[in-house]
Each structure stands twice: as C-alpha cells, then as structure tokens.
Design a protein around this ligand. Structure first.
Ligand code: HEM
Ligand SMILES: *[C@@H]1O[C@H](CO)[C@@H](O)[C@H](O)[C@H]1NC(C)=O
Ligand SMILES: *[C@@H]1O[C@H](CO)[C@@H](O)[C@H](O)[C@H]1NC(C)=O
Ligand SMILES: *[C@@H]1O[C@H](CO)[C@@H](O)[C@H](O)[C@H]1NC(C)=O
Ligand SMILES: *[C@@H]1O[C@H](CO)[C@@H](O)[C@H](O)[C@H]1NC(C)=O
Ligand SMILES: CC(=O)N[C@H]1CO[C@H](CO)[C@@H](O)[C@@H]1O
Length: 342
C-alpha cells in the first residue's frame, strides 16, 4: 500500500515537515534569544527542583477548590509585583520598623492571596529548600490561576530572584482606576508595554471583584460637585442605577462588585462585551473606548467571535509583563519566607 503512494505526496509531506521544523527551530531560537537576554530559562530548575511546576499546579488546584474567588487576586498580585521594581516579589514583603512596604500603600489595601503564596512557598521549601524564588512562584501561580479559570496557558520562564526592598510610595507607578487613556498609556510604556498590551491585559478584569469606593466617584462625585447629577457620562444609565443600588455612598469601602458581572470566576472575553456596552467598572476600563485602536479591539472582542485570539494575545502580553525588570544571576536572593528578607 505504502509503495503505491505517489512520490510527489511523500516529497510534499517531507517539504511540509521541513517547513514546520524550520518554523519551530526559528521560534525556539527567538524565544531563547529574548529569554537569554533576561537571564531566564524554561528549564531553570531542571536539576535543582524538577517538579516545581507540578507542585505549584497541585497546590493551586487545592487553593482554588477551597476558595475559587482567589483566582483574580492571585493574577492581580503578579501584576502589582511586576509594575513596582519589576517582578521581584517586593509586593509580598512586610513593612519593617524603618520602612513602609508596598503592601501597606493605598493601592495594595485591596490585595489578597498572600497566605496562599506562602502556602506554596512552604511546600516548595520542603521539596527543594532555598531554591525557588517567591517571584517565580507568583508568576507560576498567576498563570495557573488563569488556566484553572478556563483561560489560556503560556510558558513561564524561570530564574527570577527576590528583591530585598519594598517601598510604599513606589506603588504610585501602578495605574489608578481613575486614569484616563493618556495616563494609562504612559504608565504601561514606563514598563515597556504598549497600547496593545494595555487593552489586552485590561482583559484581566474578566476575573474578580472590586470595592465600591474605587469607582463610586463615577456614581456620585465625578467632577467634584458631589450630587446625584454628578455622574460619569461614559457610564450606561441602567448600569449606573444598578451600581448605585449596590454602592449606597461615596464612602462605602466594603461592598464588593463583580467586575465581569455574571462570569467573574471564569476567564473569558465577556469583559469586552461589558466595556463596549459602557458597563466597564472603572474609568480606566471605560477609557479603552476613547482611543480608536483600543476601541476597535474592544468592539471586535465584544462580538464574542474572537475569544481564541484574545487568549493568544493575553498569553503573549503576560509573557512580556512577567519579565519586567527581573533580577537574575547573583542579584537579590532566594527568600526563605516570602514576606521577609533573609
Ligand atoms: C489598566 C490598568 C489597571 C487598573 C487601573 C486596575 C485597577 C484595578 C482596581 C482598582 C481593582 C479593584 C481592587 C479591589 O477593589 O479589590 C482591580 C482589580 C483587579 N485587577 Fe486590575 N487594574 C489594571 C490592570 C490590571 C491588569 C494588567 C491585570 C492583570 C493582568 C489586572 C487584574 C485584576 C484582577 C484579577 C482584579 C480582581 C482582584 C480581586 O478579585 O480581588 N488589572 N484592578
Ligand atoms: C519615596 O520616598 C522616599 C523617601 O521616603 C523618597 O526619597 C522618594 O523620592 C519617594 N519616591 C517617590 C516616587 O515619591
Ligand atoms: C489625563 O489625565 C492627566 C492626569 O492624570 C491630565 O493631566 C490630562 O489632562 C488628562 N487628559 C485628558 C485628555 O483628559
Ligand atoms: C468629591 O470630589 C472632589 C474632587 O475630586 C473631592 O475633593 C471631594 O473630597 C469629594 N467628595 C467626597 C465627599 O468624597
Ligand atoms: C473604610 O472606611 C472607614 C471609615 O471611613 C475607615 O475607618 C477604614 O479604615 C476604611 N477601610 C479601608 C480598608 O480602607
Ligand atoms: C493585605 C495587606 O497587607 N494590607 C495592608 C495594607 O495596608 C494597611 C495599612 O495601610 C494594612 O492595615 C493592611 O494590612
């Protein structure tokens, strides 16, 4: 049978395999070139902690089984880590008598998930003492949180080292929820991220919840007049009414709201459907409609027909974000406890 197969088709198959091989080799080389520059490596713990990814994954399954709402906070922790001093786990350090840490600055008042990170760290310290950095753990946990919420996966290069410094006022490098488009672009650019990364990574708001006081200016005090007519005109009327019924006053800092209302535990493209309907929760979400490039992306994803494209884009942008200003080689240290320098 095989001998009756026309030669042309065999040659054709060989040519295709060659082409595929060349593409694979080229992209592997490209991946190595970028990661070599950062000093990170997919197989960094290959000899020293070969099961690191399995261990993190196993723990993440348990953590999210017990507390499914932690997927969002664990993704957000990695974002906050990477935007301040690079992905060096500085976000995890406690304040000391002489220095107030990032953790205790306003944008971090709402961070959650610290206990889960330490739980994973403790398990890894048993398996491979003094080996795996807290910064790498955060990067892996964020990836697994998204995967377990039925989102995309991406390769996490490893070898980040932990920083020894955490400074509260440096959290001013994190974009505030009140930021307009210009400001968002500036703040992302300062971290080497572009407009596409901005619109794609904002899609992280498909997971999780937000406290009323982080957007209630849009409901009650948008221009500072502080009366019931002082609302953000970029907010849909029906949504405004609904948010007001949940967030009763400007001062409410306890009530939580699903950011991607209706599917806040699953990673999907429905965030963009809400934003397109002027139902983004923050001013920063609504701001994506004020620029033609990001508006086009929001509207394309709002159709629901291109979710796989969003998944690929999100994976690509996370790969970029998770290597911002990393410490490698002899820099920093491998912390024993994620909340304390050694
Ligand atoms: C574009 C600029 C961004 C702004 C202004 C912003 C702002 C915020 C704010 C104010 C909250 C609410 C926190 C709370 O009340 O508990 C929040 C939550 C969240 N953010 Fe962002 N964010 C931005 C980008 C990102 C990025 C890049 C990611 C990840 C890729 C992300 C992931 C999340 C997640 C998952 C939550 C929910 C956390 C939870 O459930 O506790 N955000 N964000
Ligand atoms: C943060 O505070 C330190 C000292 O407390 C100061 O030297 C530094 O300029 C401040 N940085 C910013 C960005 O405000
Ligand atoms: C955007 O916000 C910045 C301050 O964060 C402000 O200086 C600027 O005027 C604002 N731009 C627009 C177009 O409103
Ligand atoms: C309303 O907004 C203005 C301007 O942003 C601010 O100064 C004022 O404190 C706000 N009012 C309340 C009650 O928070
Ligand atoms: C919430 O507001 C109350 C009263 O205004 C304040 O005492 C408390 O510290 C605030 N909590 C947080 C987490 O900001
Ligand atoms: C999670 C966390 O560490 N939150 C801290 C944020 O900062 C306040 C003080 O400003 C602390 O009380 C919280 O414990």
């Amino acid at each position: 049978m095989a001998s009756s197969r026309p030669l042309r088709s065999i040659v054709g198959t060989a040519a295709i395999s060659m082409a595929v091989l060349v593409v694979v080799v080229l992209s592997a080389a490209a991946a190595m070139a970028t990661t070599a520059a950062a000093g990170l490596d997919m197989d960094f713990y290959g000899n020293t902690c070969p099961h690191v990814e399995d261990i993190v994954k196993e723990e993440m399954v348990e953590i999210l089984k017990a507390a499914p709402t932690l997927a969002g906070p664990l993704l957000r922790l990695h974002f906050h880590d990477c935007f301040v001093r690079g992905c060096d786990a500085s976000v995890l350090l406690d304040s000391t008598p002489t220095s107030t840490a990032e953790k205790d600055a306003t944008p971090n008042l709402t961070l959650r998930g610290f206990g889960s990170v330490q739980r994973v760290k403790d398990r890894l310290e048993k398996a491979c003492p003094g080996t795996v950095s807290c910064a790498d753990i955060l990067a892996l946990m964020a990836r697994d949180a998204v995967v377990l919420a039925r989102g995309p996966s991406w390769p996490v290069v490893l070898g980040r080292r932990d920083g020894r410094v955490s400074v509260a006022n440096e959290t001013n490098q994190l974009p505030p929820p009140t930021a307009n488009f210009t400001r968002l672009v500036q703040m992302f650019a300062a971290k080497g991220l572009g407009v596409k990364d901005l619109v794609v990574l904002s899609g992280g708001h498909t997971l999780g919840t937000a406290h009323c006081n982080l957007f209630s200016d849009r409901l009650y005090n948008f221009t500072g007049a502080n009366n019931l007519a002082d609302v953000d005109p970029a907010l849909d009327d029906a949504y405004l009414a609904r948010l007001r019924s949940r967030c009763r006053s400007l001062a409410d800092n306890t009530t939580l709201n699903e950011m991607d209302a209706g599917s806040f535990l699953s990673f999907d493209a429905s965030y963009y459907r809400l934003v397109a309907k002027r139902r983004g929760l923050f001013h920063s979400d609504a701001a994506l409609l004020t620029d033609p490039v990001t508006r086009a992306y929001v509207q394309r994803q709002a159709t629901g027909l291109f979710a796989q494209e969003f998944f690929r884009d999100f994976a690509d942008s996370m790969v970029k974000m998770s290597t911002i200003d990393v410490l490698t080689g002899a820099q920093g240290e491998i912390r024993k406890k994620c909340y304390l320098v050694n």
